[in-house]
Design a protein around this ligand. Structure first.
Ligand code: BGC
Length: 761
């Protein structure tokens, strides 16, 4: 074999293992032991008991009249969700393990998305840290708290790539990029689950929503997705694959139609890709009511057809809709579903319960809960996570950091003192917000010597109420009358006028992003823009702190407000962390995990687009809007610091490599300012020609590093088949091709420092 074909064979092998092939996993002895026990149990189960394991039911007061005991007593449910009550967990578990025939324990599931009692920044904020270690540690703490409270399984991480800021669920994921998304997905799985499924004090993770939910047309939640296979493989699937490779025990199917086949009954996704190619050994749960929805989606004829087709496609556990218990037994008796299909779905569910040790230790120790929840250490870490998630978007004339000698500050805006909105979405299950608000954080920082006034201004609210608000009775105030809103407006401006400096805390309520929270505008909702302009007109220096769950089109602020800090919904310690950053105890180092468009009309806007035939910047460039710039307001990867970093000396170990080989890339980095700070070195590549057109830039490496003033460092990356290969539409498979590549390194996705790499056959 000549060296060229050797290299090609090697490349093929690497690609097979690294990018496309099934992960051939040898069953470990422990796996074999579990498999043996599962089979022994399965042999004793009736068809109805098997179907019970495939059934997840609600455990709380929703839906009204719910009686979970009845189902558990007859072995009619394998898992319970939407319950968050430690004593009730034990009560229900007791029914399952003491009153049901086979004593199979229940798996308790809940959405523990960004913390359980100690709340971390929303996932989009966590991704803005560009720090997978912090994400891992945060989810480890979330797991410890939730497990102590009796929860076994979280419906997280949400790893949907989202490129359309109108989509409310953009807040739940890591943003627009598959490389950053994959890193955050894997980190979260490690954090939730620990080194192995069943590790003490951890949860089972669930990568959701499989797949491409984030590409909903028009950014409308649950709407159809049309994504060609190349885009699916190159962009939407990598975070799922990373979660599976990190050992995620479960996967949740998405609601929507993917290329006209609902994800809930999508054999290509659930069988061919997930199990066939990736070797996933866990189980798949539908999204809530997903199987029943197949009828509404115009796919299944009726619920019986829905149950049959979902199971056949590889959907193991049905969440909440009840079509499996209604129809599977008859389907088996009629020969439309085989017992082997049912067994194959039950096996991984029993295996997860065994790995968790639930057969030996089904109960939770109620006396331990209080001592585990919200320990000072957990809160302290929530503060660190929030500090690291913040992105400084603007700082004209170095208005930040603020002087601690300020004697009179106004903290203005509807989000300045709202605990629930400081914590963000997904707090629906009996969680009492314990957040430190931005107002409190600033008061804590300045102490009694300073006067810190507050005025919320007019309320903001959704025009169409959120479905989830019904679970948060009393949390939302009654609507203001126009006269009350005017008075609140005037009072806010007055409060600002009396201060030396104004901190405006504006953005979105928690229920304005998240599920069923899409928007047709990306402007500041309500009268916030008007209030901001009125306060700026007072001539007082203004710092804008954004509390929100999606990119906002803050063009006016980006020109007229001195400093803008993107704080996201920063969690339990959010207000303290904001104050730490505003007053310079912490130098912000977060970077945007998502592009900020100038207007909603630009959505979807993301950096990794393909080139057009007229290069951007040329007079012929017409792939633009004539009524404004096409560039983002803030690009992906962007974020300022109180210091300045310079990147230099981008170099490749060798300018030429063969297909299948890996080359080292280094870039030097210097803190050229007077304070310590964090930079995120980012590496981007572009394949100049090939079988398919490739995006003009793709992130292929990043590292967050702390440097003292004047300190220099070198960041090393490597580029190999995983970074240089892609799934080719022309070939219908993963390829790595000989081609010229552009390589850039720097502090955001517009990095100019450039090198060339040639990949030869
Ligand atoms: C959401 C899922 C969630 C599930 C259970 C659904 O409405 O789409 O993300 O995990 O409910 O609460």
């Amino acid at each position: 074999m000549g060296s060229t074909s050797r290299a090609a064979a090697f490349a093929a092998a690497v690609l097979q293992a690294g990018l496309s092939g099934a992960l051939a996993r040898e069953a470990a002895p422990a796996d074999r032991e579990v498999a043996g026990k599962v089979d022994a149990l399965l042999a004793r189960m009736s068809l109805e008991e098997k179907i019970g394991q495939l059934t997840q039911i609600a455990g709380g007061a929703f839906p009204p009249g719910n009686k979970p005991e009845e189902a558990l007593r007859r072995g009619g449910a394998g898992s319970v969700l939407w319950l968050n009550d430690t004593r009730r967990f034990n009560e229900l578990q007791r029914v399952a393990v003491e009153e049901s025939r086979l004593r199979i324990p229940v798996l308790f599931a809940l959405d523990v998305i960004h913390g359980y009692r100690t709340i971390f920044p929303v996932p989009l904020g966590m991704a803005a840290s560009w720090d997978p270690e912090v994400e891992e540690k945060a989810q480890e703490i979330a797991a410890r708290e939730a497990r102590a409270a009796g929860i076994h399984w979280t419906f997280a991480p949400m790893v949907d790539i989202a490129r359309d800021a109108r989509w409310g669920r953009i807040v739940e994921g890591a943003g627009e990029d598959p490389y950053l998304g994959a890193a955050m997905a894997a980190a979260q799985v490690r954090g939730f689950q620990g080194p192995t499924l069943g590790a003490p004090d951890r949860l089972v993770a669930c990568a959701k929503h499989f797949a491409a939910y984030g590409a909903a047309e028009g950014g409308r939640d649950y709407d159809s997705v049309y994504v060609p296979e190349g885009l699916l493989r190159n962009v939407y699937l990598p975070p799922f694959r990373a979660a599976v490779e990190a050992g995620a025990g479960t996967v949740m199917s998405a609601y929507m139609d993917l290329n006209d086949v609902p994800a809930t009954a999508n054999r290509f996704l659930l069988r061919d890709v997930l199990r066939g190619e990736w070797g996933f050994q866990g189980f798949v749960v539908s999204d809530a009511f997903g199987v029943g929805n197949l009828v509404a989606q115009g796919f299944a004829r009726d619920r019986r057809d829905a149950a049959r087709r979902a199971l056949a496609a590889g959907l193991d556990m049905e969440m909440a809709s009840g079509a499996y218990p209604e129809h599977l037994a008859a389907l088996v008796r009629d020969g439309a579903v085989t017992m082997a299909q049912v067994d194959a779905a039950v096996r991984p569910i029993l295996a997860v319960k065994m790995r968790l040790g639930l057969f030996n230790r089904p109960y939770v120790d109620e006396s331990r809960v209080a001592q585990v929840l919200a320990t000072p250490g957990h809160r302290e870490y929530a503060r660190v996570a929030a500090q690291r998630s913040m992105v400084l978007l603007r700082n004209e004339g170095a208005i930040l950091p603020l002087r601690r000698s300020l004697s009179r500050v106004a903290v203005v805006g509807p989000l300045a003192d709202s605990r629930a909105d400081t914590e963000g979405s997904w707090m629906v299950f009996g969680h009492v917000p314990a957040a430190v608000t931005v107002l409190e954080g600033i008061r804590n920082k300045l102490g009694p010597a300073a006067r810190v006034d507050h005025a919320p201004g007019p309320d903001i609210r959704r025009d169409v109420p959120s479905f989830f608000d019904q679970f948060l009775p009393g949390r939302r105030k009654p609507a203001q009358t126009p006269a009350e809103a005017d008075a609140a407006f005037a009072q806010a401006v007055e409060t600002a006028r009396g201060a030396e400096l104004v901190v405006m805390v504006l953005g979105e309520l928690a229920n304005m992003s998240g599920e069923a929270a899409s928007r047709a505008s990306l402007d500041l909702p309500g009268r916030q823009q008007e209030l901001l302009e009125a306060v700026v007109r007072t001539g007082k220096p203004v710092v804008l702190v954004l509390v929100n769950g999606r990119p906002l089109s803050i063009n006016w602020a980006a020109e007229h407000v001195g400093a803008i800090l993107e704080a996201w919904h920063p969690g339990t310690e959010g207000g303290n962390a904001v104050a730490d950053v505003l007053f310079g105890d912490v130098n912000p180092g977060g970077k945007l995990p998502v592009t900020f468009p100038r207007s909603v009309g630009h959505a979807p806007l993301y950096y990794a687009r393909n080139l057009t035939h007229q290069p951007e910047g040329s007079p012929m460039y017409q792939s633009r809007y004539w009524d404004g710039p096409t560039t983002p307001l803030y690009p992906f990867g962007y974020g300022l610091s109180y210091t300045t970093f310079t990147f230099s000396g981008l170099r490749l170990e060798r300018p030429e490599v063969r297909v299948g080989e890996t080359v080292g890339v280094s870039v030097d980095l210097e803190n050229a300012g007077r304070v310590a700070g964090d930079a995120v070195a980012q590496l981007y590549v572009h394949q100049r020609s090939g079988s398919d057109s490739r995006p003009m830039r793709e992130l292929k490496g990043f590292r967050r590093a702390t440097l003292r003033p004047g300190e220099k460092g070198t960041v090393r990356f490597s580029l190999g088949p995983a970074e240089l290969g892609y799934w080719s539409t022309r070939h219908g498979k993963w390829v790595q091709e000989p081609a010229a590549f552009d390589v850039w390194a720097g502090g955001d996705s517009t990095a100019a420092l450039h090198a060339e790499l040639t990949v030869t056959p």
